[in-house]
Design a binder for this molecule. Sequence first.
Ligand SMILES: Cc1ncc(COP(=O)(O)O)c(C=O)c1O
Length: 474
Amino acid sequence: MDDILPLAKAHKLPEPVLKPVGVPHVEDSAASEHEPAELEAAPLSPRLAAYQALPVTKSTITHNYTPALAVLDADDMDKEELEARIVTVIEDYKEKLQLRTDHHMGYPYNLDFDYGPLEGLQKYCINNLGDPFIESNYGVHSREFEIGVLQWFARLWEIDVDDFWGYITNCGTEGNLHGILVGREVLPDGILYASRETHYSIFKAARMYRMDSEKIATLESGEIDYDELRAQLTANCARPAIINVNIGTTVKGAVDDLDRVLQILKDTGYNEDRFYIHCDGALFGMMIPFVKRAPMVTFKKPIGSISVSGHKFVGSPVPCGVVMTRLKHIKGVSSDVEYLNSRDATIMGSRNGHAPIYMWYTFTRKGYEGLRKDVEKCLRNAHLLKSMLERAGVKTMLNELSSTVVFERPREEAFVRKWQLACEGDIAHVVVMPNITIRKLEHFVQELFESRTRVSVAEAMQLAEDARALDDDE
Ligand SMILES: Cc1ncc(COP(=O)(O)O)c(C=O)c1O
């Protein structure tokens, strides 16, 4: 692990990216500003175009461009032609989606799911607007599934069904916005504490709610720096504390030690009525209950809320998530809305009613045992990937409780885009999800090595070219 620490610690801006042979560099590509990114085809494989997003270089996004698919002009063609054109567009799009699904490694999404029996539900506008526990006048909803899923989580996180409140969110971000809002309502004068490597949605919440916040340094692993947290809590002891605890950070998959944070609160004189803890478990919150030796995230401990994403480890065709808090906390956040005939206690108004059905279906099909096996597979394959990379001299890091394999950022942007890697500064990661098989790892690692070789050869040749330019005899 030590090897990668200077990379991880520095978090510095990337060096100018080496221009790969045959791939226009974003900064010198005339195409990048005005022409569709599709022009930037990468020579990685004759069969496969790279994912076409343009890279972010330096600290600002200067050249991103999403090509438009113009709405077809129905007045310009007869009905038959229109139908045929629509079918072609959708078929082409499906093919693109499949290719991109097959070559995705960077984001924590489980792309392996089959919701075949649910396909017929698409024709219904299922909307759980308002509070999940109070039926609104809109009858096309899936609240019964939603409550069933919430009760499943209540069992997982050890809270009595009469003591919790929660809902199925649009994503992990919404869960974080809700958790921090509840914390702020419980402790209006509280200061928000979160580590530097916390997901940006937590600090966005602080900005939205105009809360004072403290960004705490991190350890090399990516965990919160416990000593600095202690020092900050001590310095601000006159005001309550709202703490975000990461159950898996975005980039390094680091898990903050909840028990240690609770001990620090105790040591620094914060009683339970003077702190609120939100656990951001976007990815790993769904995995940690199935990992032996992992610290328990449970409402038996004095935490206020937990949020997870549903489209990450669980896998779902639509983004979704779950947030859960204690029923006693929600009263301060909710108000009755006559128009809905429900209560407003959620961040969003209309809520995707399909999402709870996907979750209900997966949990029913897989059960705890199926999920445990998925977690085991992810952790095993993450270790395999780490070993494969290390064998070939790539610096890597893998936190003990995580399936996020961090490694040196590949220098060929086309490779980064083809495999849709998430990068930050000098590092990239692969989040090993259930859809990442050993075969896919082989394919990825093979191409990574080929990419590294291409870069090294190009650099060596550049040295020779520079030398020739200086040498009059050449
Ligand atoms: C730690 C963490 N929290 C929150 C989020 C936001 O989740 P979502 O993308 O579901 O909004 C992410 C996303 O990657 C994350 O890694």
